[in-house]
Every structure is written in C-alpha cells, then in structure tokens.
Write a protein that binds this ligand. Structure first.
Ligand code: 8YV
Length: 330
C-alpha cells in the first residue's frame, strides 16, 4: 500500500476510537495508538507525530504550522469530523500535506439532534426535568414551563449545507414549519425549491423567524456572527440554537438576552472554551446545553472514523483522498 512495500507507513491515531474500525489501518500501517481517551497535549502530539506520515485526529487535536514544521514526513491529516477549524488548512497546503474530513456520513444524525435540541429548548425540557428532580414540583399550574410552539412556526436556518437542509426537511415535513435560510452562497434554484426554503439576508432572517438555528462551520469571518446587535433583532420570545461551533455566538450577549427575557430560550450543543462552559452560560435561564454530541450515534461515529481510515489508506497508498477538505479560498 506504500510506494516502497518493505516500509509500512507510520500513522498516529490520536485518540481512543473504535478498535475494529481501525483494523484495516493496523494491517497496512505501523500504528501508534493513543488508547487513553484523553486528548493529546500539544507537546505529546508534536512528539508522537514527529516521524509519522499519517495522522487520524478528532476535533480536539490542533494542527498548525509550527506543529507541521516539526513533522517533516507528514503527508496526510485525516480528521474524523466534518468541521476542520482545528486544522490550519493553508499551512498544510503550503507544506503539501493533504487534509481530509468526514462530510455526509453524519448529516442525518446531526439533524436529528438539531431537532431534539430545538424542541428541547423551545419546550424547556432540561429545566423542567431539573425542577422535577430537585423536588420543586408541588402542583400543576397552567403556566408552568409554558413557552412557545415549534409546529407551525417560522424557523430561520443559518448555514444551509447538508446538515441545515436535513434539519429543514424534518421541520417542514414533520411539523409544518416555514423555513427561511441564510447562507454564504444562495442555493441553486433546484435545491432551493426542493428544500422549500426561502432565502433571506441575515438581518431579515433574524427579524422574521420565531426560532433560529445555526448550522454553519466556524471561520474567522463568522466569529460572533450572533452578538448583542443580532440578538436584539431577533423576535421577542424567540429561540436560538447552535449546532455549528461555539465561536459563532457571543456568549455573554446570549446570556444577557436570556436574563432580560428578550429570548424565549436557547439550545447550545457547542460553546467556546469546550469542554468548560463559560459560567455566564450555566447561570442563564432557559438554556439547554449539551456536550457537543450532535453526531453521537454509534453507527454515525463509527462511519466517521471509517471514512477517516479510508482517506488515510487512499492517500498513503498513493491515491487521491476520498473527501479532501475544500481548497483554501474555495
Ligand atoms: C464531532 C463535529 O463530534 O464533525 C464535526 O465537525 O462537530 C462533531 O461531529 C466533534 O467535532 C468531535 O470533536
């Protein structure tokens, strides 16, 4: 599988993943496997990668220019995630390192969770369960945890890629929700028709939606896309849900909008500073927050790792990557 059959390529698997899914890699390569389930420190990663040709990473490992300079043999970095904001793609491109990611295989699972988080936030399921478990429920009352409806509402989706469209389909077909969307590039007319979604500028979308769901990747331009001004433009009593990346939302501004009552609810599967949430989030009312698990079904997580393995084997075998990240600037 390598150009010189007498030398098997050396590959690092940076985190504990699914042993059986890694088997083809073990058979074709010399594997160094971090089985500890702790994310590698930058120092460990640098030491482990120094003599490797391939790396299988998760979203917890950062690959930057300084690290690449210490790993001159590296030819391919395969992240088992669809997002790749933890990898400096231009720095990899400049050094001829191929970067692959794991699109498509997680779309439906992530969209299921997006719907769950949206419904859970709108209907305050997290807070209601805590209230009950803490023994605070003394009597039924008409307004107890009574908030907004999702069915029949207008949902604004920011980031209408495959995951955004899968959420749109669920909401429109299952709950009669009207879909507005905003995207860096407007969908082509056939796809727009198929998804039954209406394009809006970001500001219009925020003003016209009852609920807003973020499903876009992180980029420097999208940092704090939703800040105090954008939250102020959202409808009173509306909901913000984020299944993209934490950096898209200004967290103190979100907490303030929940405290003031302007926002009805929020749901976050991602936040800045993961795995430690900003205390302002934990203090905010009507916020449902989860530990970055939108893609966490076993079949999907296994498929994500399998795709990363297949990408590594393809590139180390001298072929083309199956799912390379888009070229910088594309
Ligand atoms: C991962 C994700 O679970 O694929 C992505 O981009 O955000 C999730 O599916 C997460 O990044 C793991 O670190």
């Amino acid at each position: 599988m390598t150009h010189d059959p007498s030398r098997r390529p050396r590959v690092l698997v940076a985190r504990k993943l699914f042993d059986d899914v890694l088997q083809p890699l073990r058979e074709a390569c010399e594997l160094q496997y971090n089985e500890s389930d702790d994310s590698a420190t930058p120092q460990q990663l640098r030491a482990w990668l120094r003599d490797k040709q391939g790396a299988l990473i998760t979203g917890s490992e950062r690959i930057d220019g300084a690290l690449l300079d210490a790993c001159p043999e590296l030819r391919v970095v395969a992240t088992m995630t669809v997002g790749y904001d933890h990898v400096d793609v231009p720095a990899c491109a400049a050094r001829g390192v191929v970067v692959t990611h794991a699109p498509d295989v997680l779309d439906e699972t992530t969209a299921d969770f997006g719907m769950a988080l949206l419904l859970g936030a709108v209907r305050q399921i997290g807070a209601a369960e805590r209230y009950l478990r803490e023994g605070l429920w003394k009597r039924w009352s008409a307004e107890l945890f009574a908030g907004a409806d999702l069915h029949g509402s207008t949902l604004g989706i920011v980031g209408m890629g495959r995951i955004g469209r899968a959420v749109a389909r669920r909401a429109a077909l299952g709950l009669g929700v009207r879909i507005l969307y905003h995207n860096r590039r407007r969908l082509d007319p056939a796809l727009e028709r198929e998804s039954g979604a209406e394009y809006r500028g970001l500001d219009e979308l925020l003003r016209q939606s009852d609920h807003v769901l973020l499903a876009l990747p992180y980029s420097a331009e999208a940092r704090h896309l939703i800040g105090a001004a954008e939250l102020a433009h959202m409808r009173p009593g509306s909901t913000l849900v984020n299944i993209g990346r934490g950096g898209l939302v200004d967290e103190p501004a979100l907490a303030a909008a929940l405290h003031s009552g302007h926002l009805g609810a929020a749901g976050l599967d991602v936040f800045e500073g993961e795995p430690t949430p900003n205390p302002v989030l934990l203090d905010a009312p009507r916020l449902l927050i989860t530990p970055h698990i939108a893609s966490a079904s076993l079949p999907t997580r296994r498929a994500m790792v399998r795709l990363a393995v297949d990408n590594l084997l393809a590139v180390l075998g001298g072929g083309a990557a199956l799912t390379p990240v888009p070229a910088p600037g594309a």
